[in-house]
Design a protein around this ligand. Structure first.
Ligand code: AHR
Length: 497
């Protein structure tokens, strides 16, 4: 039996949890939009063509904000292509994913879908092939009440009221050579600054996110953030972080230790923000938007073949990772890491929402089901709102191929408005259960009300349309003896007091 101890006190807090950390992402990529959220001919489609079964699964997740419309896609996107009568909208080649975009869904349709899902929209502007002028026109189109060219055009296109989009991304992954119109840090920093200024002059209630590095693995990581922020610090509110992990060599302990890298990534970018703040003698703090995160590797090979077979198709099954049980554990660990850093991470978007590296899968004309990774996200989103508590955690440690001193147990805790304390904990050990001693100090030694466990004996188990509940959480009896609770081997746990 492994051992760990968690101390919580109502006076030790990290920060209020910004609900936007449970955000998601919908890109015009693969089947995320077409046959994902939108499939007019489907038996469950509503009057606008949105799949009701998908909306139900999204609503259960409680997704506060959805990033849209990309991703790599946005860096070549002309937003005006996707407004006005559908029959007049051009079909365009999307160079990011080598597909053809029909533009059937654009800002009007997506904002309608988001309203039905109960989500706000986080809109990314194209700073790849376009620039500040198009970005400020789009803000005017979306948010200005009326009486100007773009806002009146919106009205003529059927939206009398502004969409009221409050959070905007200044492009996407502009450091990546795979991006249309990629830039050096200095070039991007200048453009981002000018775009941010003009967008905020159009609507001073918005917040904007500058692009940070697309991964910790980029050679320019660190230098990129410093240079970009040196150019635009005064006019931006957040800097983005993107991070995907994978287990291509089937080394589960090393895979489950990947959040050591995520922790470092977050703390390093926060430190760089503060270094720029110091150098500029600024009082404002720039926070972090982890606006793409997930596991992504299962579909790489399949996508290569698909691109060779079917270039320029529409709604191709791209990036359709089928997630297994160990992926759900890593997603749980990523959520724990985000919660522990709630003082700096104010927005986070699991990439993506439907079909494309997603917690929800659909079959065209068929069913919709929850992948394994749906469950930790659902738990954190529905039970992890309130105050993120400091977790003073001691745990046995192990070494893996790429990481040293990896705690066997990792945990985060949140106190909700009604006083309920929820602990999210993962036992990384694949063989042995862990005994977690809970010292709740000022909370008193209350008995847990609920203990939910996500576990499967096979780390490769997956959910499919035929077996949608192969991996699903179960409630177990709350056994707390001498303040000790047992976390099964390889398990995601939600413990509520
Ligand atoms: O989410 C898939 C892709 O990953 C996004 O389009 C891009 O921003 C990132 O590289």
């Amino acid at each position: 039996m492994k051992k760990a101890k968690l101390i919580l006190d109502r006076d030790y807090i990290v920060s209020a949890v910004d609900p936007r950390i449970y955000g998601s992402f919908v890109e015009h990529l693969g089947r995320c939009v077409y046959t994902g959220i939108y499939e007019p001919g489907h038996p469950l489609a509503d009057e606008s063509g949105f799949r009701r079964d998908v909306l139900e699964l999204v609503k259960k997740l409680g997704v506060p904000i959805v990033r849209y419309p990309g991703g790599n896609y946005v860096s070549g996107f002309r937003w005006e292509d996707a407004i006005g009568p559908k029959e007049n909208r051009p079909r365009r080649l999307d160079l990011a994913w080598k597909t053809t975009e029909t533009n059937e869904v654009g800002i009007h349709e997506f904002c309608e879908w988001a309203r039905k899902a109960g989500s706000d929209v986080m809109y990314a502007v194209n700073l790849g092939t376009r620039g500040p002028e198009d970005a400020r026109n789009l803000v005017e189109y979306a948010n200005h009440p009326g009486g100007s060219f773009w806002s009146d055009l919106r009205k003529r296109n059927g939206a009398a009221d502004p969409f009221g989009i409050k959070l905007w991304c200044l492009g996407n992954e502009m450091d990546g050579p795979w991006q249309m119109g990629s830039k050096t840090a200095y070039e991007y920093g200048r453009v981002a600054n000018e775009a941010a200024k003009m967008m905020k002059w159009t609507d001073d209630s918005i917040e904007v996110v500058a692009c940070g590095s697309s991964s910790t693995t980029m050679k320019t990581f660190g230098e990129w953030e410093y240079t970009v922020l040196s150019e635009c610090y005064e006019n931006v509110d957040y800097v983005s972080l993107h991070r995907y992990y994978g287990n291509p060599h089937n080394d589960t302990p090393d895979f489950l230790a990947s959040t050591m890298d995520l922790e470092d990534f977050i703390r390093t970018v926060a430190a760089i923000c503060d270094a720029v703040k110091g150098r500029k003698h600024a009082s404002k703090q720039v926070n972090l938007s982890l606006d793409e995160w997930n596991v992504w590797y299962h579909s790489h090979e399949q996508d290569e073949q698909l691109h060779k077979r079917e270039p320029w198709g529409t709604a191709l099954p791209l990036l359709e990772d089928v997630y297994n049980f160990e992926d759900a554990l890593l997603v749980g660990l990523m959520l724990i890491t985000i919660l522990k850093n709630a003082d700096r991470v104010k927005v986070a978007c699991m990439a993506q929402l439907v079909n494309v590296i997603a917690p929800i899968m659909t079959r065209p004309g068929g069913g919709a089901w929850a992948q394994t990774i749906y469950w930790p996200l659902l738990h954190a989103s529905t039970m992890g709102r309130g105050i993120s508590l400091k977790t003073v955690l001691t745990s046995e440690k192990t070494d893996t191929k790429h990481y040293n001193d990896v705690p066997v147990v990792d945990a985060a805790a949140v106190q909700a408005k009604d006083g309920t304390v929820t602990v999210f904990a993962v036992n990384r050990d694949l063989e042995e259960p862990a005994e977690l001693t809970l010292d709740l100090r000022s909370f008193g030694l209350a008995a847990p009300k609920k203990h939910i466990v996500l576990h499967h004996d096979n780390v490769n188990a997956v959910n499919t349309e035929d077996r949608p509940e192969e991996v699903k959480p179960v409630e177990v009896p709350c056994r707390l003896e001498d303040g000790k609770l047992i976390l099964p081997a390889a398990s995601w746990n939600v413990i509520r007091f």
